[in-house]
Design a protein around this ligand. Sequence first.
Ligand SMILES: Nc1nc2c(ncn2[C@@H]2O[C@H](COP(=O)(O)OP(=O)(O)OP(=O)(O)O)[C@@H](O)[C@H]2O)c(=O)[nH]1
Ligand SMILES: [Mg+2]
Length: 197
Amino acid sequence: MIIDQLTRTIQLKICYFGPALSGKTTSIKALFNHFGKKDRVLSIDSSIRRTLFFDYGTINFENQQWHLKIHLYSTTGQDFYIITRPVTLQAIDGIIFIADSQQDVYYRNLTSWNELCNYFEDAIINLPKLIAFNKQDLPDKFSPAVFLENINYFKFKNIDFKKTIALSSEGILDCFEEILSLVFKHLYKSQIVAALQ
Ligand SMILES: Nc1nc2c(ncn2[C@@H]2O[C@H](COP(=O)(O)OP(=O)(O)OP(=O)(O)O)[C@@H](O)[C@H]2O)c(=O)[nH]1
Ligand SMILES: [Mg+2]
């Protein structure tokens, strides 16, 4: 987070993370589409539309006192480009973990979650994070409860989960609002936002 008192601007960085092909790019694009900014997502992808490095875009809000600028990134799920993932994750304020709900890729989600936890070590406990169980439109899905139990959900703080269908934008805005809410609650708790008022 960057706070500039002079220009009254708060900048946040939120990142979509998750296993290969879980729907990270589809989710970020659906969100920008909602705000009428479909063309404002920069995607660095291959000829077959796999993310090579990241997707990136900004969304701005303002009230009479403050400007809020949210930088949104998605990581690549391709392990060949794994080196780019910790770079993209630097200095983030919140994570939206996009899980692929198809039963046959269940373990890819676990591996990806564990990778995420390893990048942040103990800091992952408090980092605001939202798990989106994507692809709810498909048959043969695993139960979110099983995944949450497997990752030991209750040991984490500042965490929530939702179901999404990124392909039809279902739940995407909800996830965005929820991660912002988790981020701001976290900032209030650490008294950073309160000090600005
Ligand atoms: N049925 C269904 N397909 C989806 C959904 N979300 C994404 N997809 C499809 O899943 C495939 C991968 O989506 P992407 O958004 O490119 O996934 P990604 O996580 O960005 O993939 P990488 O960046 O390559 O790791 C595409 O064919 C999408 O159309 C969904 O909610 N339902
Ligand atoms: Mg992608």
